[in-house]
Design a protein around this ligand. Structure first.
Ligand code: NAP
Length: 91
């Protein structure tokens, strides 16, 4: 199972579209912070999990059963070092 963060953003959604040509949707998970923006992902059969880089508990929940995480860098430059550490440390 592969989880791609930033799944409702440009790079995350493009990455998931690329992966969909390689592996089944059942092996793909998109991390989103606003599920209402994830209609397209769900329509493609991609599992959507809700979480943010600021909420370690949400990241831990989202990563249950995940083998590989692709972290799409956040755009909040002031906080993203800590945010990215939260993703790397999540289990
Ligand atoms: N686009 C490119 O061609 C490109 C090329 C090279 C590098 N990059 C880099 O890749 C990163 C993403 O670029 P992008 O164009 O895809 O930007 P984007 O469209 O703004 O997407 C950013 C994604 O990150 C999510 N996000 C932001 N803060 C978050 C947080 N605290 N917790 C969880 N998710 C969060 C956003 O969620 P929401 O949808 O809820 O806002 C969105 O899905 C940037 O660092 C950019 O510099 C982009």
């Amino acid at each position: 199972m592969i989880l791609v963060t930033g799944a409702t953003g440009h790079l995350g959604s493009a990455t998931l579209s690329f992966l969909l040509n390689k592996i089944p949707a059942s092996q793909l998970v998109g991390l989103v912070r606003d599920e209402s923006k994830a209609t397209d992902l769900k329509g493609k059969g991609i599992t959507v999990r809700v979480g943010t880089y600021d909420d370690t508990a949400s990241l831990g929940n989202a990563m249950q059963g995940i083998d590989t995480v692709l972290l799409i860098a956040g755009t909040d430059e002031e906080n993203r070092l800590r945010q990215h550490s939260n993703v790397v440390d999540a289990d």
